[in-house]
Ligand binder design. Structure first.
Ligand code: 13P
Ligand code: SF4
Length: 305
C-alpha cells in the first residue's frame, strides 16, 4: 500500500470504531476496498454476515440489491452504501409488476428468485436463492409441479440441466458474464493446458459446457485452495483474481476474459468508504411491507441450506 492509502485506511479504521461499523465487501470489489473490509464474500456469505453482525452500522461495498438484502435481514441496523448508484443491471431486468404478471400466467407455480433481484421482486417470491445454492433450492422443490425461476436465463439453464427440471424462466442475464466467450476459454486452455477451468453459472451455456467446475465466487475461492491443481482459468468478474492470488501465493490464476469487468462493482473506493462513514450516507432502507414479505423468501432459502 502506498503512503496515502495507508493514511486513508487508518482513518477508515478509526472512524469505523467510533461509528461501531462493519465493512462488508463483495469478492468483485476493487483491491483497495477488499483490503479494508472486515469481511469479504459471495452473496450468500454477505447476507449471513449482515444477519450476524453486532455492529450498528453496515457499510456495504457491493451493489444495491446486496445492501437491500442486508437491510431486510438486519432492519434495526443502519446499512449504508459508499456509492448508492452501484446497481446490478441483471437485477434491474425484472420489475415486481412483471413478476406478478408471470405468476398470473402460471397459477400454482412455485416462484424461486435469484438474490440478484430488487427487494420488491423478492417480496413476490416463495424462495430466494444464490449461485451457491440454486441447485439445492430447486431440488428441494421436487414435489412442486411447476417452478418459475427468475431473472437470469443462464442460471436457470444451468439449474435446469443439473436438476433435470423444466423451469419457467425470464430473459435476464448478466452483461459482464456474457462477455466471456467459449473461444476465450479455448484460447486460455491452449496456453495453459494443465489449468483447471472454473466458471460462474451466470456464464453462457456454451462457456459452462467447457468448465471443470461451475461455482459461485466464494466456492471458487474454496476450490482453488483445495484442488491440487496449480493453475486455474477463471471465468468470472475480474475482481476475484485479487483474492485468489492473495489466498494462494503458490498458484497461478488466468482471467478468462479481460472484458469481464462489472463497472458497478468498481464504483466503490476507499475515499467513498471514508465519506460514507463520516456522513453516515447513503442509507439503504426497505419499506416495512416489502421487507416482511421479502424476508420470508430469504428465510426459506436459509432454512434449506
Ligand atoms: P456470487 O454470489 O457468486 O458472489 O455472485 C454475485 C454476482 O453478482 C455474480 O455476478
Ligand atoms: Fe450484476 Fe453481473 Fe455485476 Fe454481478 S457481475 S453485480 S450479476 S451485473
Amino acid at each position: 500500500m502506498i503512503k496515502e492509502d495507508k493514511l486513508l485506511a487508518a482513518k477508515i479504521k478509526e472512524l469505523k470504531k467510533k461509528r461501531n461499523a462493519v465493512i462488508l465487501a463483495h469478492n468483485y470489489q476493487l483491491p483497495e476496498v477488499q483490503d479494508i473490509a472486515d469481511f469479504r464474500g459471495d452473496s450468500l456469505e454477505l447476507s449471513r454476515a449482515a444477519a450476524k453482525t453486532s455492529a450498528e452500522v453496515i457499510v456495504f461495498c457491493g451493489v444495491y440489491f446486496m445492501a437491500e438484502t442486508a437491510s431486510i435481514l438486519s432492519p434495526e441496523k443502519m446499512v449504508i452504501m459508499p456509492d448508492v448508484s452501484a446497481g446490478c443491471p441483471m437485477a434491474n431486468m425484472m420489475s415486481a409488476e412483471e413478476l406478478r404478471k408471470l405468476k398470473k400466467e402460471h397459477p400454482g407455480a412455485v416462484t424461486v428468485g435469484y438474490v440478484n433481484t430488487s427487494a420488491a421482486v423478492k417480496a413476490e417470491l416463495d424462495y430466494c436463492c444464490t449461485s451457491t445454492n440454486a441447485v439445492t433450492v430447486v431440488n428441494f422443490l421436487k414435489n412442486e409441479k411447476e417452478i418459475i425461476f427468475v431473472p437470469d436465463k443462464y442460471l436457470a439453464d444451468y439449474v435446469s440441466k443439473k436438476t433435470g427440471r423444466k423451469l419457467i424462466s425470464w430473459h435476464g442475464f448478466c452483461p459482464t458474464h456474457v462477455k466471456i466467450l467459449p473461444e476465450d476459454l479455448k484460447r486460455e486452455k491452449k496456453f495453459h493446458p494443465l489449468a483447471k477451468v472454473m466458471v460462474h453459472p451466470e456464464c453462457l451455456p456454451q462457456v459452462v459446457a467447457l468448465a471443470d467446475a461451475v461455482l459461485s465466487t466464494s466456492q471458487m475461492a474454496k476450490f482453488a485452495r483445495e484442488d491440487p491443481a496449480k493453475e486455474f482459468i477463471v471465468g468470472t468478474e475480474a475482481g476475484l483474481i485479487y483474492r485468489l492470488k492473495q489466498d494462494n501465493p503458490g498458484k497461478e490464476f488466468y482471467l478468462a476474459s479481460e472484458r469481464a469487468v462489472c463497472p458497478n462493482m468498481k464504483r466503490t473506493t476507499q475515499e467513498k468508504v471514508l465519506w460514507a462513514l463520516e456522513e453516515l450516507k447513503e442509507e439503504v432502507k426497505v419499506s416495512r411491507e416489502i421487507r416482511q414479505k421479502a424476508l420470508l423468501a430469504i428465510e426459506r432459502m436459509l432454512k434449506i441450506v
